[in-house]
Design a protein around this ligand. Structure first.
Ligand code: 5GP
Ligand code: ZN
Length: 138
């Protein structure tokens, strides 16, 4: 528990939240400032600041719970689809430094612009750089 971490304080019950799901290791709540209705956060109870500090069990469980929330969204016709998002480090737009997986409900025609943004940004793979990239990532 980090005293100055907002998610640690939510987990400790010091700050109220709208709870979707909770088990021994993980909490899922509604985001306070949703980008679409039902925008949810899956948060490990242990304070882990960045993605690379989380072990496979933690990440696997977070993803499993995100899948459960997505399944409920689809089953209940609350959403037509979902995006998952995780920001790790300031450079990646992380603002709360206790990892969390965003589950973002998507609806047909919601015009979130993610597809457009993706198409605009994508491309430009330089063949000569591929061996170096593979070396760095594996
Ligand atoms: P990040 O930018 O780190 O990926 O996401 C942080 C998220 O946490 C934001 O979507 C923000 O709205 C949400 N958030 C920040 N403070 C609180 C809070 O006190 N309660 C809840 N439920 N969400 C919060
Ligand atoms: Zn924390």
């Amino acid at each position: 528990m980090e005293r100055d971490c907002i998610f640690c304080r939510i987990i400790a019950g010091e700050i109220p939240s709208k709870k979707i799901f909770e088990d021994q290791t993980t909490l899922a709540i509604l985001d306070i400032n949703p980008i679409s209705e039902g925008h949810s956060l899956v948060i490990p109870k242990k304070h882990i600041a960045y993605l690379e500090e989380a072990d496979e069990t933690t990440l696997g469980h977070m993803t499993g719970i995100a899948g459960k929330i997505a399944r409920n969204m689809i089953r209940n016709r609350f959403a037509d689809g979902t995006n998952l998002f995780l920001a790790s480090h300031e450079s990646a737009d992380q603002t709360v430094f206790h990892i969390h997986l965003h589950v973002i409900p998507r609806r047909k025609g919601d015009n979130m612009g993610i597809g457009d943004w993706w198409r605009e940004k994508s491309g430009g793979l330089e063949e000569v750089k591929i061996p170096e990239i593979l070396k760095m990532l594996s």
